[in-house]
Design a protein around this ligand. Structure first.
Ligand code: GAF
Length: 387
């Protein structure tokens, strides 16, 4: 990881609180290789952790309550037991994600130590790479360690998701918190979002002469919350009509029969995306298990088409980035994350990163879009104490 973020968090702690932090905890952002919007349908996802992190410099406080500050906000925010008691949502803005973690820990019966925390981050905000899940995961990891709380790593994502769903009020699935907490270096995290079972799938791009280029579309995120919630409701309603616990329970072989039972054309498209996307995750995992990384390209591109045409969560900027990457020779390309902007992943030969990002830049220029930004990433480790 880039230690300047850690240095910045520690400096912020000293400056704000006039003391030394007890330690530094880092939690990464993520990209999802494949499996979009499948998490809240009890399905499969395959994210990996980015080299960008939120770092929490923290120490136990000698008076009750929690004070948090960050390099990405002006003033420290203080909250106490009343803001993290039974009623969620009392703290809003960025500090609400941290208050939500305190709330969720307390609700689960943990005695959360009073603390002072200073955050710094190099996870891009609004790019669909889970800056908020990284913030939650950094806060959670720091508080669990500071308090010596007995919360196994495997149980942490659900607690952080609860903070996001109930305290912040965003109806997200469990992928992002799982990625930030459970990913391991050099691997993609194959997660069953029903059982929370994971398999760490080797994803050694460099050994295969490959790279994943991340192209941030820099498209303004619009209507994200409302559209996300609408997709989720449509999937849940479809599962109810089909009489299954979740769309994960519809197999590709059953898809046509299931679609025949749904009157609404939009709902049919949503269901088709989820059922085919779950299968694409399973197919991708099969290929990666046997080291056939290049061959996942067509699955990535098919996933993008499904998000564009059936789930309808892409925007022109991400479609153009995918097309430009493919035209520049990428093996596959797709949008990653919740949609309506955010980043595109392109699987490319390692020596083609400059050409591919230049191709995306030229395509954006022709369309009059704000220029994209691009970087190559390999899978990093999940949340941990770093000092
Ligand atoms: C967002 C959500 F937070 C995740 O839970 C997931 O649904 C994702 O969108 C889409 O796959 O990142």
């Amino acid at each position: 990881m880039d230690m300047t973020v850690a240095t910045s968090a520690a400096g912020n702690f000293r400056q704000t609180y006039g003391a030394e932090p007890t330690g530094l905890w880092a939690a990464p952002g993520r990209v999802n290789l494949i499996g979009e919007h499948t998490d809240y349908n009890d399905g499969f996802v395959l994210p990996f952790a980015l080299p960008q992190h939120v770092v929490a410099a923290a120490a136990v406080a000698d008076s009750p309550g929690w004070t948090v500050c960050s390099t990405f906000a002006d003033d420290p925010v203080t909250f106490g037991e009343s803001e993290t008691g039974t009623e969620p949502g009392a703290v809003s803005g960025w500090a609400g994600y941290v208050a939500g973690i305190v709330w969720a820990l307390r609700e689960a019966g943990f005695d959360v130590p009073p603390a002072r925390i200073a955050f710094a981050s190099d996870v891009p905000v609004g790019a669909g790479v889970s800056s908020s899940a990284a913030l939650e995961s950094a806060a959670l990891t720091a508080l669990v360690d500071l308090g010596g709380l007995d919360l196994p790593v495997a149980d942490r994502p659900a607690l952080a998701q609860r903070a996001e769903n109930r305290y912040v009020g965003a109806p997200t699935g469990i992928m992002d918190q799982s990625a930030s907490i459970r990913c391991t270096e050099g691997r993609a995290l194959f997660l069953d979002c029903r059982s929370y079972e994971v398999e760490q799938i080797p994803f050694d791009l460099a050994a295969a002469g490959l790279a994943i280029l991340i192209i941030n579309s820099n498209a303004p995120h619009q209507h994200v919350d409302g559209e996300y919630g609408a997709r989720r409701r449509s999937c849940e309603e479809a599962a109810r009509i089909l009489g299954v616990p979740a769309l994960r329970d519809v197999t590709p072989a059953e898809l046509d029969a299931a679609l025949g039972k749904l009157a609404d054309e939009i709902m049919r498209r949503r269901v088709r995306h989820i059922v085919t996307e779950n299968q694409r995750v399973l197919d991708t995992v099969e290929l990666l298990r046997s080291g056939r990384i290049r061959e996942i390209g067509p699955l990535m591109t098919a996933s993008h088409a499904s998000m564009r045409d059936d789930f309808e969560i892409t925007v022109a900027q991400v479609d153009v980035a995918v097309e430009a990457a493919l035209a520049a020779g990428a093996y596959g390309a797709r949008m990653t994350g919740g949609g309506f902007g955010g980043c595109v992943l392109a699987l490319i030969d390692a020596d083609r990163a400059d050409e591919t990002s230049a191709a995306a830049e030229r395509a954006y220029e022709r369309r009059g879009f704000t220029a994209p930004t691009a970087w190559s990433a390999t899978p990093g480790p999940g949340a941990a104490r770093v000092s």
